[in-house]
Write a protein that binds this ligand. Structure first.
Ligand SMILES: NC(=O)c1ccc[n+]([C@@H]2O[C@H](COP(=O)([O-])OP(=O)(O)OC[C@H]3O[C@@H](n4cnc5c(N)ncnc54)[C@H](OP(=O)(O)O)[C@@H]3O)[C@@H](O)[C@H]2O)c1
Length: 297
């Protein structure tokens, strides 16, 4: 099966490359070769490559910057996926696309299911919601997964939240983390495995695709630091200071609670997605973090 992966330089695309099962021919294209804001280029590539499935990992993910670059972020997160979904539908290609947990406003205090009503409170979330709705409207065969707080190792771009915290911990900087944001960390290799399992089983429609165990960013940060100590990446405990979102950016609205339920995914896979804790431990014991390998310390 030939699968085209867009956003080839990104985090999830890297994990998809690593987790691709036998019999899958992955073709990865980056922004210059498959630009979501260029429908003519996308059409040309689809005609040339003739994939059975497209996995669209490309997105404009700089949440705060989306408030500034509103037109561009909408073009990438809303209009681009719509064009791509329609192009795929007319060619009989299944599209796998990614939404986000940020579409919920946080007024609920129990994990959000696929049936709960979204209510985006910032421009990033509004664009992502428009994108996933357009994908689902274009074909009953398309699949939309909503992940949250994706983390994992990437060969060239060490830029997840875990990397940012480890960098500060290693430098001995004061680490501050928000108590008024909560979600579920999701390990990129786990997410990649679910993607292939869902494709192989012919899944379509909407799934929340997160690991088990939601928590605040403050709690998540404390776990990262504790695991880094356990893995020998840092030698001394580092304190984490609780702050609120306004400390980092008083101008953007962020939802206080984005914890997603993964019950539908678990039922479809026939097993629980499992905690992100195992993934974090695995990540911290791989290069470049492992104390016996050269790395950014
Ligand atoms: N990371 C998370 O915590 C998280 C949480 C919830 C949902 N998601 C969703 O999950 C999916 C995968 O996320 P990720 O973390 O793998 O993202 P990522 O690492 O930011 O990768 C996204 C890729 O999209 C590319 N891109 C940007 N604009 C483009 C355009 N106009 N046309 C084509 N490609 C373009 C980027 O290229 P450049 O590097 O050149 O900019 C980047 O390589 C996305 O849909 C994202 O919104 C992510």
């Amino acid at each position: 099966m030939r699968i085209l992966v867009t956003g080839a330089g990104g985090l999830l695309a890297g994990a998809l490359r690593q987790q691709a099962p036998d019999g899958v021919e992955l073709v990865g294209l980056g922004r210059a070769e498959f630009d979501l804001t260029n429908p003519a280029l996308m059409e040309q590539r689809l005609a040339g490559l003739r994939p059975e499935v497209v996995i669209n990992t490309a997105a404009y993910n700089a949440v705060d910057q989306c408030e500034v670059e509103r037109d561009l972020s909408w073009a990438v997160n809303a209009a681009g996926p719509q064009h791509l979904a329609e192009l795929c539908a007319t060619r009989g290609i299944r599209l796998v696309h990614f939404g986000t947990d940020y579409i919920f406003d946080g007024s609920q205090k129990t994990p959000y299911t696929e049936d709960d009503a979204p209510n985006p409170i910032n421009h990033y979330a509004a664009g992502k919601l428009a994108g996933e709705r357009a994908v689902l409207a274009a074909s009953a065969h398309h699949l939309v997964l909503r992940p949250s707080w994706i983390f994992g190792q990437h060969p060239t771009k060490p830029r997840t939240y875990v990397h940012a915290i480890l960098k500060q911990a290693i430098a001995g900087s004061v680490i501050r983390a928000t108590t008024d944001q909560a979600s579920v960390p999701t390990y990129a290799p786990d997410l990649a495995r679910w993607v292939f399992a869902l494709i192989q089983r012919g899944a379509s429609g909407l799934f929340h695709a997160v690991n088990d165990e939601g928590l605040s960013r403050f709690e998540w940060t404390k776990v990262i630091v504790a695991e880094a100590l356990d893995a020998g990446i840092i030698k001394e405990p580092v304190a984490v200071e609780p702050v609120t979102t306004a400390f980092f950016n008083p101008d953007i609205r962020r939802s206080p609670y984005n914890i997603l339920s993964n019950q539908k995914l678990a039922a479809f896979l026939g097993e629980p997605p499992g905690s992100w804790r195992r993934g974090l431990r695995e990540m911290l014991r791989q290069p470049p973090w492992h104390p016996h390998t050269p790395g950014p310390r």
